[in-house]
Ligand binder design. Structure first.
Ligand code: GLU
Length: 287
């Protein structure tokens, strides 16, 4: 499988300030890399052109440095690699494994409601009803020629037909390793390229984990279901499958997971309140 020294990565999206949950993930990655005799890389996942801001990238790097974390150069920024993602996306399109979807979110919701469908993808988004999967090819060509906004969706049935339906990966944690069966089909026809950029989180992360030689992916449980889809994409693209550790998420006093969108206290807030990196490490269980 994957030889050589372990390579891990911490891969924040710079669309807000880092909070304690990020600190936990970053420290766990660094700690494991050290214990395994490997390295941990930093990757800035800034494909969201609306929400990723240069000042937030600088702040992310500064917050991590404040915590005492240093990363090998160069630090990969996904926004620098759009041409490569486009080529990967186009490869899937050429193999008839992806199709353009012209539906807006509102249209999808209306169609799902009209059909009385209740299924949703693991991220809570209503299951795509497949409206654009069987559009007439001349009609599609016209829409594309007119520049109609569209995403690209993986044709899940075609993808499973191509890559087989039996998928899995090795999960690891303190207790050891175990084989996990993956069920990519729980995602329906997932978006592999957004409207504004020729990629999506799923496509970029799979391509980058392979390109950066990542051997062990350590990330939150909120992404555990995404791994099922990533394993399928890896199979389709001929890329290696990493070992995965999906760590528990930190929760606030009300039991909600920490989130930038919920205004969880940022590391910057804690720093300003006089909390030291050593206190944060101790609070999170690292020495
Ligand atoms: N960029 C993702 C996030 O900040 C994490 C991606 C990953 O670790 O695979 O939630």
């Amino acid at each position: 499988m994957i030889g050589g020294a372990p390579v891990l990565r911490f891969a924040p999206s710079p669309n807000g300030r880092l909070h304690l949950g990020h600190a936990y993930s970053a420290l766990l990655n660094a700690d494991l890399a050290k214990r395994m005799g490997g390295t941990c890389r930093l990757r800035i996942e800034d494909i969201d052109t609306q929400r990723s801001k240069p000042a937030l990238i600088e702040a992310t790097v500064a917050d991590l440095a404040w915590l005492g974390l240093r990363y090998p150069e160069p630090v990969r920024r996904q926004s620098d690699h759009m041409a490569a993602y486009r080529a990967v996306r186009d490869g899937l399109i050429d193999r008839a494994l992806a199709y353009p979807c012209f539906c807006s979110r509102g249209q999808i919701r209306a169609r799902v409601e009209a059909d009385g469908e209740t299924a949703s993808d693991p991220d809570g988004v209503p299951r795509y009803p497949g409206t654009c999967r069987s559009l007439d090819s001349t009609h599609v060509a016209e829409k594309l020629a007119r520049g109609e906004p569209h995403t690209w969706r993986l044709d899940m049935a075609a993808a499973l037909g191509c890559a087989g339906s039996s998928h899995g990966y090795i999960a690891f944690d303190e207790a050891g390793e175990r084989r996990v069966d993956a069920d990519p089909a729980r995602w329906g026809d997932a978006v592999i390229a957004r409207r504004d950029v020729p990629t999506s989180y799923h496509l970029s992360v799979v391509y980058d984990d392979a390109g950066e030689g990542i051997t062990h992916v350590v990330r939150g449980r909120d992404l555990e279901a995404a791994t099922d889809l990533h394993v399928l994409l890896q199979r389709l693209l001929g890329l290696p499958t990493q070992f995965y550790w999906h760590h528990p998420l930190l929760r606030d006093a009300t039991g909600e997971k920490l989130a930038k969108s919920r205004g969880s206290q940022s590391l910057a807030d804690l720093r300003e309140a006089g909390i030291t990196p050593a206190q944060i490490r101790a609070q999170l269980g690292f020495d």
